[in-house]
Design a binder for this molecule. Structure first.
Ligand SMILES: Cc1cc2nc3c(=O)[nH]c(=O)nc-3n(C[C@H](O)[C@H](O)[C@H](O)COP(=O)(O)OP(=O)(O)OC[C@H]3O[C@@H](n4cnc5c(N)ncnc54)[C@H](O)[C@@H]3O)c2cc1C
Length: 224
């Protein structure tokens, strides 16, 4: 019997065994472990490597019916957890919490806006079947940072928009996410989900409000 998805703060940690650790792009890894809980697409878990040091938070990056839970993370060279996690091998144990959080995808029409590893909760939502009426805008500096792009292109077609600020390619826009949004003549009356680093989230939020999007239509998950 699977543990039920909970609204708890995710403070209790339990052991899971890593089933995979793959570097999918320089300095960016996907780790996985067998799923023992239910979750709502968009939720996060806490991860630690021991009980002495505080855990860090990570969005779940897999569909909510998949056998495995996957986490996408970038290695912060001078950080505590990610250099350790990146060196772990299948069979080793990590500590995780139950899923929690209110950044949750629904059937409603929405724009998903992310940069970098902020794609994780949106990939989970899309892999959980939330593809209808969704537009995904992903920003990255380099072309090799559009994680899962083949799947996303296949599932979302022209509603998958890649904005690359430092490199160009034929089907990818060479601009920042904010420039793309700003150039849209009339922004649709949808829910706007923002996920990624604080600077991007604040900049996009301000732009959306400036362009007439009601504040209550904007939902943000900030990776700090
Ligand atoms: C809701 C949420 C979801 C998230 N999901 C993801 C995700 O899916 N993928 C992902 O990659 N990240 C995610 N994050 C970020 C993640 O939780 C970690 O912050 C990140 O992985 C870095 O962890 P770390 O232990 O390696 O680095 P940390 O030890 O936390 O350090 C991070 C940075 O801060 C600097 N730093 C540390 N301590 C200090 C200090 N005292 N003074 C000044 N600078 C300091 C470090 O040098 C480093 O550059 C999420 C965050 C939140 C809040």
């Amino acid at each position: 019997m699977k543990k039920k998805q909970s609204e708890k703060s995710g403070s209790e940690l339990f052991e899971v065994v890593l089933t995979n650790n793959e570097e999918i792009s320089p300095g960016v890894h996907v780790i996985s472990f067998n799923r023992t809980f239910d979750f709502l697409p968009g939720q996060a878990i806490k991860i630690a490597v021991d009980k002495e040091h505080p855990p860090r938070i990570y969005s779940i990056c897999s569909g909510n019916k998949e056998r495995e839970v996957r986490i996408l993370f970038s290695v912060k060279e001078d950080g505590f957890l990610t250099p350790k996690l990146s060196g772990m091998i299948p069979g080793e144990t990590i500590l995780v919490s139950e899923p929690y959080g209110r950044f949750i995808g629904t059937e409603e029409k929405a724009w998903f806006i992310s940069t970098g590893t902020g794609i994780a909760p949106f990939y989970s939502m899309i892999q959980s079947g939330l593809t209808k009426n969704k537009t995904l805008i992903h920003g990255a500096r380099y072309l090799n940072q559009f994680y899962f792009e083949d799947d996303l292109e296949w599932l979302l077609g022209e509603n998958y928009i890649r904005c690359c600020s430092r490199e160009s390619s034929c089907d990818i826009r060479q601009q920042r996410v904010t420039d793309y949004i700003d150039a849209v003549h009339e922004l649709p009356a949808v829910k706007y989900y923002l996920c990624g680093n604080p600077a991007m989230v604040v900049e996009v939020r301000d732009l959306l409000i400036d362009r007439g999007v009601p504040f209550e239509k904007i939902i943000a998950e900030i990776y700090f």
